[in-house]
Design a protein around this ligand. Structure first.
Ligand SMILES: [Zn+2]
Length: 120
């Protein structure tokens, strides 16, 4: 009977050790660090997507200067008729190589001040 009590006591101690409350300062520091990492990663991904700020560019929507990101992008612009004909003639071989849609290079702009996106 006493042995059982000891075992239960040991189990309780183990559980208490395992579920010991973590140091709130450490937890907060870790949380902030993780948040900063996530923000840095997000910013990096965002910059890859919207490009760097063009300081001289004035936003046509809010007329603010220095908030516009620009990046050169290639965008699919509908299905090219010539390519469809080519696909029919070559039984689709050319489609594998080039795809049916044309790609057009343009500059995509994003204003972080008024959150507008436009192409030019
Ligand atoms: Zn704007």
């Amino acid at each position: 009977m006493e042995a059982l009590a000891v075992i239960v006591l040991v189990l309780i101690i183990i559980v208490l050790i395992c579920y010991k409350k973590p140091d709130p300062v450490k937890v907060e520091a870790l949380r902030i660090q993780r948040q900063l990492e996530v923000e840095a990663l997000r910013k990096e991904e965002l910059l890859k997507k919207i490009g760097p700020i063009s300081p001289a560019y004035i936003c046509p929507h809010c007329k603010e200067k220095g908030h516009v990101h620009t990046i050169h992008v290639k965008r699919k612009k509908g299905v090219s008729g010539a390519k469809v004909t080519g696909a029919l003639l070559t039984c689709g071989v050319s489609v594998l190589a080039t795809g049916l849609s044309r790609k057009e290079g343009l500059t995509q702009a994003y204003c972080e001040n008024c959150n507008s996106t436009w192409d030019f």
